[in-house]
Design a protein around this ligand. Structure first.
Ligand SMILES: [Zn+2]
Length: 493
């Protein structure tokens, strides 16, 4: 029996502004699309939080036995510097500044993105398509939107006609904006503007002679508008209507609004049933931004090389810190908050060392079944990880009571407790049990070598109690010493 049949998930749908019962289009199967990174610089921690929220959602849906096709794209063309239709392509600009090929920029930062996500223990999406790999699909959608009269061509560029679209559909429904208000709040178009209205957005832009990233099209050489790639790739892999579309809050407008408009104009119906938006990460109470210096890269947290930090933090600790907030809430990063999370993380991990040595009794004094359901209830309530974590700490408290003989558990309940703890901590939250991710192998071997020398000194002094003690204590930590002709070596299990 599939778990999802017993666990009734509700999600907060940004489109309707309500928590709704989640019902996939095809029973047992889920299509989920999440807007991926524009690969022109190192992925920043705020973006990691967004992707981590959807990694957790992906993990929980899989845990419920859904078959999930998770598509997360790589934007490697079309994203312009001002996030709208002006300025240089972000990747082409970086390539020009560094005097390298745009695809070298893409390669470098795609590799960086994957490395960081791997450190955070992300699952790979099912498909990770690129914008440049789907130019033909994008051109086909533009042709279709032109045919249906919701776009116009001018000087080799094609723009989406928002006013025309709004006569038949509703532009602004996701972000709660009204087209009339948008019109009255924007500047007049100047004579050089090609657009009929400032709200119109580019589906295809003519490439000026110096523009390197260009493709042939029915309208001449050019490149696709930023919003179009997500419509093309989500439709190609998930269908014209799919279950979940996710992304950062900041993408709601204009990016996601434009995706809806493109799909409705082309296919005549809404592309997505549930829109999920993850909230942002602030640092010391302020918005993170490169320009103000209030910014931190993931690697700076792992190495501790940033002036806001008192020490380095392991990726699992940072992950645990992020999971302690609900994905739709703003989360503030600070050294104090990370220190507190590190303590909590260790307290949680410590019980996994106890679980195997607990004594069982005939009966349980703790109700494991209802505790387990409380864990599910938290996650079924729009993936409420902070409530889930509170429940996991309830178990930590009980495990310690059982160890002290102040509570009892039956063998059957203990198996259930272990399985549930493992599922939620490792499979759903995606934490890893690493005692200290900050200690690199050089430091570890340095410390063990020091202990080996102290043990040799103890033996030379015939202090066998101390030498055995060092060996046994290391063995308890999973470090085995082996005495041989060449001296003592060690291995870590
Ligand atoms: Zn997108």
């Amino acid at each position: 029996m599939h778990l999802y049949k017993n666990q009734h998930l509700k999600v907060y749908n940004s489109l309707t502004g309500t928590k709704e019962v989640f019902t996939p289009i095809n029973e047992g199967h889920i299509g989920m699309y999440v807007c991926g990174p524009t690969v022109y610089s190192n992925v920043h921690l705020g973006n990691c939080r967004t992707f981590m929220s959807f990694d957790m959602i992906f993990r929980y849906l899989k845990h419920l036995d859904y078959k999930v096709r998770y598509v997360r794209n790589i934007t490697d063309a079309g994203h312009l510097v001002d996030d709208a239709d002006d300025g240089e392509d972000k990747i082409a600009k970086k390539a020009r500044l560094e005097k390298i090929e745009p695809m070298e920029v893409v390669q470098r930062y795609t590799v960086d993105f994957h490395n960081i996500l791997q450190k955070f223990n992300f699952l790979s999406p099912s498909i990770e398509p690129t914008a440049t790999g789907h130019i033909i699909e994008q051109i086909e959608i533009i042709k279709d939107i032109l045919d249906k009269g919701f776009a116009y061509e001018i000087n080799g560029s094609v723009y989406f006609d928002v006013k025309k679209f709004n006569e038949q559909y509703e532009y602004g429904k996701l972000s709660g904006r009204k087209l009339e208000d948008m019109i009255s709040n924007t500047r007049e178009l100047t004579a050089q503007d090609e657009k009929r209205n400032p709200q119109d957005f580019a589906l295809w832009k003519k490439a000026e002679p110096q523009h390197i990233m260009r493709w042939p099209s029915p309208w001449g050489d050019g490149f696709p508008g930023w919003h179009l790639e997500c419509t093309a790739m989500s439709t190609k892999y998930l269908g014209e209507t799919f279950d979940i579309h996710g992304g950062g809050m900041d993408l709601k407008f204009p990016h996601h609004e434009c995706e809806i408009a493109q799909s409705e104009a082309s296919y005549g119906h809404s592309p997505v049933n549930y829109w999920l938006h993850a909230n942002m990460l602030t640092m010391n109470g302020k918005k993170m931004a490169k320009s103000t210096g209030n910014n931190i890269l993931p690697n700076e947290i792992f190495s501790g090389e940033n002036s806001i930090l008192s020490k380095p933090y392991a990726p699992s600790v940072v992950r645990f810190f992020m999971m302690q907030a609900h994905y739709t809430s703003i989360l503030d990063l600070s050294d104090d908050a990370l220190l507190a999370s590190e303590k909590g993380y260790h307290r949680l991990m410590d019980v996994f060392g106890l679980l195997d040595s607990l004594q069982t009794s005939k009966d349980s004094s703790i109700d494991i079944t209802s505790w387990k359901q409380k864990c599910y209830d938290a996650m079924n309530d729009d993936f409420n990880t902070p409530i889930l974590i509170a429940n996991l700490f309830e178990a930590v408290k009980n495990i310690n009571l059982i160890k002290e003989g102040k509570a009892s558990i039956s063998a059957r309940d203990l198996t259930d407790l272990k399985e549930t703890m493992n599922s939620f901590v490792f499979d759903v939250l995606g934490l890893e049990r690493k005692s200290d991710g900050n200690m690199d192998s050089d430091k570890l071997s340095g410390v063990v070598s020091l202990l080996i020398r102290m043990r040799e000194e103890a033996r030379a002094n015939k202090d066998f109690a101390t030498s055995d003690n060092i060996r046994d204590q290391l063995a308890a930590l999973g470090i085995q010493l082996k005495d041989g002709k060449e001296g003592t070596t060690f291995s870590v299990s």
